[in-house]
Write a protein that binds this ligand. Structure first.
Ligand SMILES: Cc1cc2nc3c(=O)[nH]c(=O)nc-3n(C[C@H](O)[C@H](O)[C@H](O)COP(=O)(O)O)c2cc1C
Length: 332
């Protein structure tokens, strides 16, 4: 057995260079804690949680694991109140996305914490480091969910690693197995940030039907679009192509407000709240309705997701496969 641990693993207090990507609505304490228990970094995604729920999710995660985990906040709206709770609750790994990390960094550092920031280019990585960011997440446009840049992981990761060395880089986008982990380590990353694969962890909050659609999807099944914009306008994301997308395309790709079925309810949340067509919400456990027509975030690595397994088994399989690939390639 090789040990894949990198200097970043030691800094984060984890055994394996695997981060379960934050996925708003699809991740909760069960998944984050299971990944942490398995030696990876679990991440809660609290950007849209009310303050009480944010606190509860952190406490519940801590109840399930004594290992480190992180919290992600999306910066398209102010996150001062949520960050205060995250820090008060003792979380010391904070990931930021989709905005200027500058105003938040000193507050995390004052409490002895580490700031990760997700970028889509080497220039942006350099700027983030000059502001004080401790580790860069380089997100290639293969990624599922909201996608910040337009450069593919394979070209982005080495460019970012060169731009910010010795600051550690975590690679995101299209990584779903041990071959992907070995590849991004070769490209200069110190860990892989894995989203879509963990939607099919037993502990994820993704609706069972959403998981079925992921299992059925191929690497060519996704589109990069701004279509699902209700709740998060004008923001590019990658989703599995579905009937909502095809009807919009067949209608000549009309602008928001003039699209087929605009405003109609396609599904309902567990509490009965209506989910309109083109909503940015993905199908979550407990939802009912035409889930296939909803926003089905997934990266191009979706074609590599072939089973639903406990998060610990996913982490172990990725580590074992990466080790075997590196051994085969003759790494010392
Ligand atoms: C369902 C879903 C929800 C996501 N939500 C968030 C989020 O709340 N915050 C964030 O920083 N990134 C979010 N992302 C992006 C992931 O953190 C990550 O960059 C991406 O999943 C990596 O690509 P992969 O899916 O190919 O592994 C989301 C991705 C998915 C698939």
């Amino acid at each position: 057995m090789q040990n894949l641990a990198t200097p970043l693993c030691r800094r984060l207090g984890i055994a394996h260079p695997i981060v379960q990507a934050p996925m708003g609505g699809s991740v909760g304490p069960a998944l984050a804690a299971a990944v942490a228990q398995a030696g990876g970094l679990g991440m809660l995604a609290l950007s849209w949680s009310d303050l009480a729920s944010a606190r509860d999710q952190i406490r519940e995660t801590r109840r399930r694991t004594s290992r480190p985990f992180g919290v992600n906040l999306v910066l398209d709206s102010p996150q001062d109140d949520r960050l205060a709770i995250v820090l008060d609750e003792g979380v010391r790994i904070v990931s930021l996305f989709w905005g200027d990390p500058g105003p938040y960094i000193a507050r995390v550092h004052e409490r002895g914490g580490i700031v990760l920031h997700t970028v889509g280019s080497a220039d942006e990585a350099r700027r983030s480091v000059s502001l004080g960011v401790d580790a860069i997440v380089a997100q290639g446009w293969e990624a599922g969910g909201h996608v910040w840049g337009e450069v593919a992981t394979f070209a982005l990761v080495p460019a970012v690693a060169d731009a910010v060395a010795p600051v550690p880089v975590i690679a995101a986008g299209g990584i779903a197995d041990g071959r992907g982990l070995a590849a991004v380590l070769a490209l200069g990353a110190q860990a892989a940030w894995i989203g879509t694969r963990f939607l099919c962890a037993e502990e994820s909050e993704a609706h069972p039907r959403y998981r079925e659609l992921i299992l059925a999807a191929a690497e060519s099944s996704t589109v990069h679009t701004k279509l699902f914009d209700v709740g998060w306008p004008d923001a590019a994301h990658r989703v599995i192509r579905n009937a909502t997308h095809d009807a919009w395309e067949a209608a000549g790709r009309p602008a928001s407000g003039a699209r087929p079925g605009e405003g109609e309810t396609v599904a309902r949340a567990a509490d009965g709240e209506a989910i309109p067509r083109y909503s940015a919400d993905a199908p979550k456990a407990g939802m009912t309705g035409d889930l296939d027509a909803m926003c089905l975030y997934a990266g191009q690595g979706v074609g590599l997701v072939r089973d639903i397994r406990p998060a610990a088994a996913i982490v172990a399989a990725i580590v074992a496969e990466a080790e075997s690939v590196l051994r085969r390639l003759g790494a010392p």
